[in-house]
Design a protein around this ligand. Structure first.
Ligand code: ADP
Ligand code: MG
Length: 249
């Protein structure tokens, strides 16, 4: 297996507050990896660093062996890193279909113009992305009228529309019902298997993570406490103390 993402000793401070502290991690191509940690651990900041929304004070980030540390977000997206946000980020007044189509066209560097024959390509690609998350039947619906769970799935479809090799999902099940959560984790496994996508997601719900990811990184106060397969991480003494201990007591 080859390494698709490598984060080396990355630190990010906001004024004097250290949100991400000397974080190093590695993600293998074709795998599902997860970052777990309580609120405030630095998960979203780490994802913002990887996707170029923030730049680190120190450290390097490599994607497919090439340094991307200081590239702007759209260039990183073009290179093949897609993402969703912790808070659903769709255009509520546009249709479900148009939300994805706009993302596909932006990725292809075209603008939305319905008389252009190139639109046909975007239509098929948008349909493929919507079908992948099970939203094709709701393609004509106004996005703002979707359930919260479906809006989060739409976000994944939008990210798929940019043809990522690595997909970052920021708390994909936040606000979902238990049934929606199970379905979303199934979807993540299916996307990895069927599309050969590498997925890195973060969560604060540990059960969700242990059942889905092959590699888990535990984040606490901006640092990675442990990383490895679920059984190794579960047994890690520092993790037990800092993260698992509280609920077991
Ligand atoms: P998580 O996603 O794990 O809940 P975040 O990465 O959102 O954690 O936040 C980590 C810490 O950094 C928190 O204490 C948060 O308040 C702080 N933080 C995040 N973004 C900013 C910012 N733009 N300015 C100042 N502090 C921030
Ligand atoms: Mg967060």
């Amino acid at each position: 297996m080859s390494e698709i993402l490598r984060v080396e000793e990355v630190t990010k401070t906001f004024d004097r507050f250290v949100a991400v502290q000397g974080v190093s991690l590695s993600v293998e191509e074709g795998t599902i990896a997860a970052v777990i940690g309580p609120n405030g651990a630095g998960k979203t900041t780490l994802f913002n660093l990887i996707t170029g929304i923030l730049h680190p004070n120190r450290g390097r980030i490599l994607f497919q062996g090439e340094e991307i540390t200081y590239l702007p977000p759209h260039v990183i997206c073009q290179r093949g890193i897609g993402r969703t946000f912790q808070i659903a980020n769709v255009f509520p007044r546009l249709s479900v279909f148009t939300n994805v189509q706009v993302a596909v066209l932006a990725h292809q560097r075209r603008s939305l113009h319905f008389t252009h024959p190139a639109e046909r390509l975007a239509i098929r690609e948008a349909e493929v992305a919507l079908a992948a998350v099970g939203l094709l039947e709701k393609a004509g619906q106004v996005a703002g009228t979707l359930s919260h769970g479906d809006q989060r799935l739409l976000e994944i479809a939008i990210a798929l529309g940019t043809e990522p090799r690595l997909l970052l999902l920021d708390e994909p099940t936040a606000g979902m019902s238990p049934e929606e959560t199970v379905a979303t984790m199934k979807l993540i496994r299916r996307l990895a298997q069927e599309r050969g996508l590498t997925i890195l997601f973060c969560e604060h719900d540990m059960e969700v993570v242990f059942a889905t990811a092959y590699t888990i990184m535990v984040m606490h106060h901006g640092r990675i406490l442990a990383q490895g397969p679920p059984e190794v991480v579960r047994a890690h003494p520092e993790v037990q103390q800092a993260y698992l201990g509280a609920s077991d007591a």
